[in-house]
Design a binder for this molecule. Sequence first.
Ligand SMILES: Cc1cc2nc3c(=O)[nH]c(=O)nc-3n(C[C@H](O)[C@H](O)[C@H](O)COP(=O)(O)OP(=O)(O)OC[C@H]3O[C@@H](n4cnc5c(N)ncnc54)[C@H](O)[C@@H]3O)c2cc1C
Length: 489
Amino acid sequence: MKKKITIIGSGFSALSAACYLAKSGHEVLVFEKNNAVGGRARQLKKDGFTFDMGPSWYWMPDVFERFFADFGKKTTDYYELIKLSPAYRVYFGVNDFIAIADNPDEIVATFESIEKGSGKQLREFIAEAKSNYDIAIKDLVYRPGVSPLELVTVETTKKIGQFFSNISRDVRKKFKNEKLIQILEFPVLFLGAKPSDTPSFYSFMNYADFGLGTWHPKTGMFDVVRAMESLASELGVQFFVNSNIEKIIVENKTAKAIVVNGEKIESDLVLSGADYHHTETLLDQQYRMYSEQYWESRVFAPSSLLFYVGFNKKIANISHHALFFDTDFYQHAKDIYDEPQWPAEPLFYANFPSLTDKTAAPEGMESGFFLVPLAPGINDSEELREAYFDKIIQRFEAITQQNIKENIIFKQSFCKNDFVEQYNSYKGNAYGMANTLLQTAFLRPKLKSKKVRNLYFTGQLTVPGPGVPPALISGKLVSDLIDKQFLKV
Ligand SMILES: Cc1cc2nc3c(=O)[nH]c(=O)nc-3n(C[C@H](O)[C@H](O)[C@H](O)COP(=O)(O)OP(=O)(O)OC[C@H]3O[C@@H](n4cnc5c(N)ncnc54)[C@H](O)[C@@H]3O)c2cc1C
């Protein structure tokens, strides 16, 4: 039966849910507080430079294909994908980097050239990672986190040990070279926790990395936002930007309406794609499922210090994605998770989209994005941002052997306070709640409220977890639950 559904927020999870719910025949209205859709994946355009404000690694292309296929479409109906070659570089010091190729055979050869015997070990590791990928990403993540039994399958029973060991330990059993170890520990950082706190089963991220490759939508990740917005519009979804939800009105333990910029809008069902913690603050206390102590006790993904930078020249000695692992990886992780503080010697990540996409910067110029992961909830000030910018640019100049600072003609920062202010993000987290063993599947915040009828949640704080592919899946999972409820009615 056709229902009127209001959706809070327009990140990937909300866009995905909007498409599925509209396809099921519902009237769907999406309300976004900011002036553009896309959530953390919004785009910044300034002085001829274009930046993706958040995600930049397009991994797991099969998940995107599966999403569009559900609507009888293909990604190529909306955007073009380029496979990056090399996928990325990891810098360990001055003129000291490892380039990760765009195919497993070359990556194996690179490993073998650095540590004798590691090529064979890598093939075995990636074979296991692929088998985990087939179980997790093709099946398990499409389960709604309602019951622990969802995780019990013939395949997972065989791999039970992998839920109680961790990536860090596994990688160390097979590899000795510190650089190779760090490269293999890097992909699970996308899941928001330390590799030593991430179950071995999550090695499927290594298959996503080495097996499936790193892709780039021709004019950036925002192509995917545009694609989903246009698919949603084709399906009849209505979008309202500059529309801040101030309250969810509950009557008779049922979500009845939302208050948008002071105006009450009634609906049959409310779905929130905004940060889960924030959504609960839109409810009166008695309708919230999780206490402040609950949120306080969770492991959150890092916040980030970001810089969007325009250079008036081309930058040398770089690749599209570049990780700067020339300082102590484990000390930085400690500064995020164990003793939260600004890291003395931060690792950082940079990308230069204009290397792949000529429209991202004016001719002869370069657009650069710099990211330093930080502890959520950390203090944030203009002075700290500037001090850290100087720190990473100096390191960048030394490592890549060039001067770039005097070539900056545009610069904008984004940090914890902006995550809070612009996205209502809990503690300014950049990408949600981490996937640790105790924060996996049915142990994550629920898609459906147990206290308020017709109130649902989606996004990176619920199932399956952080990242763009999981956000697409989260939107599908919650729509399936909603459809199930209305079929029962
Ligand atoms: C810097 C950064 C880098 C990342 N890199 C990658 C990457 O390379 N690859 C990858 O796969 N993932 C990456 N991620 C993670 C990925 O971007 C997120 O997991 C995903 O985009 C989250 O989508 P979402 O729908 O859950 O939430 P969001 O995108 O946060 O959407 C929530 C929306 O709700 C809106 N909202 C909040 N409160 C209200 C309110 N009261 N009223 C109305 N609207 C409201 C917000 O403005 C926002 O638009 C990155 C994230 C960041 C921040």
